[in-house]
Ligand binder design. Structure first.
Ligand code: GLA
Length: 382
């Protein structure tokens, strides 16, 4: 995004309150390069931040009230401290939940006025909600002079998502939004929280990452996500391990499970963790093109074993490969949303056009696309 978002939120704040904001903060959405549905299994993920971001102008108030204006929704919401109750509905829950999570962790947070705008596509699996949580958290932490390390910020934002909004997600999206750095992917161990910045100079390797939004509303995502999660937890219990991360011998584990569906869920998680580790090695040794077969294998595993893809997503991946993409996979929680495709530099538009043509033939809505460069994580802009 160019910096017009900074001007937009600042101008709105000025005209709304007749004073300047104390600052402007932003936090990005993400794509996940590889490692899907592994985070809540104590496993490995490797997302990177998008240039798309939530941008917030904010200033403290002298009372226990927060006003939040979303320029996207053309809506202003107000809540007081006593209204910070888990289960709040609406987009403002992602803001209120951050105030709640900070307070629960013992931080003193004063009331504030916030004006925000976002260009992170909503409902596309690009973590628009994590971007909103993390931008709010970054702004409030600064305004209240709270010293909170990036990983702790991610955990607080996740607390908002899990315990205030009520979505049982892992840590990946919030970690990506707060911990990613420009030009790198973030390799995160979701058990130890060890984090490495992995250089991802796609352009330097003559490559591009195409992100194509199938624009399929992911209606089932909440219930299906929770089902996948509990099936993984059940499997871990049967196998006598703390989490599926601990399965070292996949064949032996599969033999201990009677249920075919559960076996396939386990196979996805265990094989996906191995693919993340391989992807890290491939990138660290500069063999970028070898990422492609890992993307393909990840997609196949999500489609056949974890069963979280849908026809539009599968068609997008298949068409991307037909049009010469080196490798492609769905990214994010599933049941719609986006695919990523690794393509030779300059080929993104042609690959996207081919997918668009195939979508038209199949009677699907027109997809949208962009080329995604690894961008910085949450920070103060002004
Ligand atoms: C969603 C969740 C993440 C992660 C992914 C799947 O984005 O928020 O925690 O589980 O799905 O990899």
């Amino acid at each position: 995004m160019s910096d017009t978002d900074i001007e937009t939120v600042t101008a709105d704040f000025n005209s709304r309150f007749g004073r300047s904001p104390a600052g402007v903060w932003a936090a990005p959405g993400r794509v996940n390069l590889i490692g899907e549905h592994t985070d809540y299994n104590d496993g490995f993920v490797m997302p990177y931040a998008l240039p798309h971001r939530v941008t917030i102008a904010a200033e403290q108030r002298s009372d226990d009230t927060w006003t939040v204006t979303s320029l996207n929704n053309n809506d202003t919401q107000t809540f007081t401290r006593s209204e910070l109750v888990p289960g709040m509905k609406g987009w403002q829950a992602y803001v209120a939940g951050v105030v709640w999570a900070l307070a629960e962790a013992g931080h003193t947070v004063a009331g504030a006025d916030l004006v925000l705008t976002s260009d992170v596509p909503v409902g596309a699996g690009l973590s628009s909600s994590a971007a909103l949580e993390c931008a709010t958290l970054t702004a409030l932490a600064d305004l209240n002079e709270l010293e909170i390390a990036p990983l702790e910020r991610a955990k607080l934002a996740r607390r908002c998502e899990n315990d205030f909004v009520g979505a049982p997600t892992g840590l990946m999206d919030q970690a990506a939004s707060t911990m990613c750095t420009s030009a790198n992917a973030l390799f995160l161990d979701c058990r130890t929280f060890g984090a490495d910045q992995v250089p991802l100079d796609l352009a330097g390797e003559g490559l591009e990452m195409l992100v194509l939004d199938t624009r399929t509303p992911h209606a089932l995502v909440d219930s299906e996500y929770a089902t996948r999660r509990s099936s993984c937890e059940q499997a871990a219990q049967i196998l006598g391990v703390a989490a599926l991360r601990d399965v070292d011998d996949l064949d032996a584990a599969l033999q201990q499970l009677d249920d075919d569906e559960m076996r396939r869920r386990v196979r996805h998680v265990v094989s996906e963790n191995a693919r993340v580790l391989e992807a890290v090695e491939v990138l660290q040794s500069g063999r970028f093109r070898e990422l492609a077969p890992l993307l393909d294998a990840s997609h196949q595993s999500m489609r056949d074993d974890f069963e979280i893809t849908v026809p539009t997503v599968d068609l997008a991946v298949e068409s991307a490969r037909q049009a010469g993409a080196l490798g492609a996979r769905m990214t994010g929680g599933g049941f719609g949303g986006c695919i990523i495709a690794l393509v030779e530099g300059g080929r993104s538009a042609a690959v996207a056009q081919h997918i668009t043509d195939r979508f038209a033939e199949a009677g699907f809505d027109q997809p949208s696309h962009f080329v995604a460069l690894p961008s910085p994580g949450a920070r103060r802009l002004v």
